[in-house]
Design a protein around this ligand. Structure first.
Ligand SMILES: Cc1cc2nc3c(=O)[nH]c(=O)nc-3n(C[C@H](O)[C@H](O)[C@H](O)COP(=O)(O)OP(=O)(O)OC[C@H]3O[C@@H](n4cnc5c(N)ncnc54)[C@H](O)[C@@H]3O)c2cc1C
Length: 380
C-alpha cells in the first residue's frame, strides 16, 4: 500500500528499491562472507543523492527529509544491512549534527564533501567504560589557545576503517557530567589521530567497526560543534534520528525475512503438500507481516515528527524498540520456516538472522530504549 506518499517520496522509494535489487542484492552475500566494505556501492548511492539526503541543496545535498531517508533506508536494508548501516550512520549521525548545530564554517567546509561522499562520516560516542552510560565518557579534550589537545580511545565506531570525518564526543570539563561533554568534527588525517583495532563481528560483516585512538591529537577549536558543554545534548538529539534509522533497518531486515519465508512456504513440500498449507506456518507468516506493518508505521510517524521539528525522542525510541524486537522474531521464524536449510549459508535468512541481532543493541540497547520511553511518562 502506498500510504499517501507524495510523488517525490514514491520516486525516492522506487529508486532505492530498484537500486537495491539490481546493484546491492547480487553482491550482498559475498560482501558478508568476505567481510568486504561496499565502497563501490556507497559511491553509487552518493550519485543517487542518497548520501546527502538531509543536507540542504545549497550545500550540494538532496535537501530531503527524514521521511524520505526512511523510505530509502528500508529498501537498502532489505537487501544488505551492512550497506544500510553505512548509509544510516552517514546521513543520520554524521551529517545531521553539522546541519543542526554546526557553524557556517563547519557547514561550508564539510557538508558539500559529505553530500558527495568524498568524505564518508562516522559517529563516536561509546568508550570501553561508557556504553549505555554514555555521559560517563572520559576521552579528554583540553583547550590550548585556538586548539584542543585530545587523548583517549573511542570504541565500536561504525565505518571507522573507511570514514574520513568523525563526529566525536569528548570531555572538556571533568567537574561536570553530561554538561562537561563537547562535540567535535575530526578529520581522518589529523596528526595524533588513528583508527585502531577492527572488531570481528557476528553480523554486519560488510561494515567496519573500529577503535579510534587519540594521542596528543591537536584539533582546531573551530571544529567544535556548537559550544562547549552541549555535546551530550547534540549526541542525544542526533541519536533520536539515528534510532529512527535503526528502526528502519529492522523493518528492512524483517521484510526480507517475510519475503524469503513466503517464497519458501509456497515452494517447499512435505507430507505431499506445500508447507504454506500448514496452519502452523500460516500463523508465523501472519504474525511476521502484522509486526512489520506496525513497525513501519512507527518509524514513519517518528520520521514525520522529526521533519516537523516537534519533540520525538519517545517516538524514536518506541519505533526502534518495537521494530528491532519484531525483526529478531521475524528472523527467528524465517529460519524456522526454512527448517534445516535456514541454518545454511545457501539461503539468505541465515544472514538476516545474524544481522537482525545488532538492531537490539546499538544506538541504545532495548533496555535503554525502555528507560527513555518510561522516563517520558514517569518523569513528565
Ligand atoms: C556493531 C556495533 C556498531 C556500533 N557502532 C557504534 C557507533 O558507530 N558509535 C558509537 O558511539 N557506538 C557504537 N556502538 C556501541 C553501541 O552503541 C553500544 O554497544 C551500546 O550502546 C551498548 O553499550 P555497551 O556495549 O557498553 O553495553 P553495556 O552498557 O555494558 O550494557 C550491557 C547490558 O546491560 C544493560 N544495561 C546497562 N545499563 C542498564 C540500565 N541502567 N538498566 C537496565 N539495563 C542496563 C544493557 O542494556 C545491556 O543489556 C556499536 C556497537 C556495535 C556492536
Amino acid at each position: 500500500m502506498k500510504l499517501g506518499l507524495s510523488d517525490e517520496e514514491r520516486m525516492v522509494q522506487e529508486t532505492a528499491r530498484e537500486f537495491a535489487d539490481s546493484e546491492i542484492a547480487p553482491v550482498a552475500a559475498n560482501n558478508d562472507a568476505e567481510g568486504r566494505f561496499p565502497a563501490d556501492i556507497v559511491k553509487k548511492l552518493a550519485e543517487l543523492g542518497f548520501m546527502g539526503m538531509l543536507i540542504p541543496e545549497k550545500y550540494g545535498g538532496a535537501g530531503l527529509g527524514n521521511f524520505c531517508l526512511v523510505l530509502a533506508l528500508e529498501e537498502i536494508n532489505r537487501v544488505c544491512a551492512s550497506t544500510g548501516v553505512t548509509m544510516s550512520v552517514h546521513n543520520s549521525l554524521a551529517t545531521s549534527p553539522i546541519i543542526k548545530f554546526g557553524s557556517d564554517y563547519l557547514k561550508e567546509t564539510y557538508l558539500p564533501k559529505l553530500a558527495t561522499s568524498e568524505m564518508l562520516g562516522a559517529y563516536a560516542l561509546s568508550e570501553a567504560e561508557a556504553g549505555s552510560d554514555a555521559a560517563s565518557l572520559k576521552c579528554r579534550a583540553v583547550k590550548d589557545g585556538d586548539e584542543y589537545v585530545v587523548n583517549g580511545t573511542k570504541l565500536w565506531v561504525t565505518t571507522g576503517a573507511h570514514a574520513d570525518l568523525f563526529i566525536v564526543m569528548l570531555r572538556t570539563d571533568t567537574e561536570k557530567r553530561s554538561k562537561g561533554i563537547s562535540a567535535f568534527v575530526v578529520e581522518r588525517d589529523t596528526p595524533g589521530f588513528k583508527v585502531g583495532k577492527k572488531e570481528n563481528k557476528l553480523g554486519l560483516r560488510g561494515s567496519s567497526t573500529t577503535e579510534l585512538i587519540f594521542e596528543d591529537c591537536r584539533l582546531p577549536a573551530k571544529n567544535l560543534i556548537g559550544e562547549e558543554g552541549i555535546g551530550f545534548v547534540i549526541a542525544m538529539a542526533t541519536l533520536d534520528g539515528g534510532r529512527i534509522g535503526i528502526g528502519t533497518q529492522a523493518v528492512g531486515i524483517a521484510q526480507a525475512c517475510l519475503d524469503a519465508s513466503v517464497a519458501y512456504a509456497k515452494e517447499r513440500e512435505q507430507f505431499g503438500r506445500k508447507i504454506g498449507e500448514f496452519q502452523a506456518i500460516q500463523w508465523k507468516i501472519a504474525d511476521m507481516a502484522t509486526a512489520i506493518e506496525a513497525s513501519r508505521l512507527m518509524v514513519y510517524r517518528a520520521a514525520r515528527m522529526r521533519d516537523m521539528d516537534v519533540p520525538h525522542t519517545k517516538e524514536a525510541a518506541m519505533a526502534k524498540l518495537f521494530a528491532s524486537e519484531a525483526a529478531n522474531r521475524a528472523a527467528r521464524e524465517a529460519v524456522q520456516i526454512h527448517g534445516g536449510a535456514g541454518y545454511l549459508k545457501d539461503f539468505p535468512v541465515e544472514r538476516y538472522f545474524r544481522d537482525a541481532r545488532i538492531t537490539e543493541l546499538y544506538e541504545g540497547t532495548s533496555e535503554v530504549q525502555r528507560i527513555v520511553i518510561s522516563r517520558s511518562y514517569l518523569q513528565a
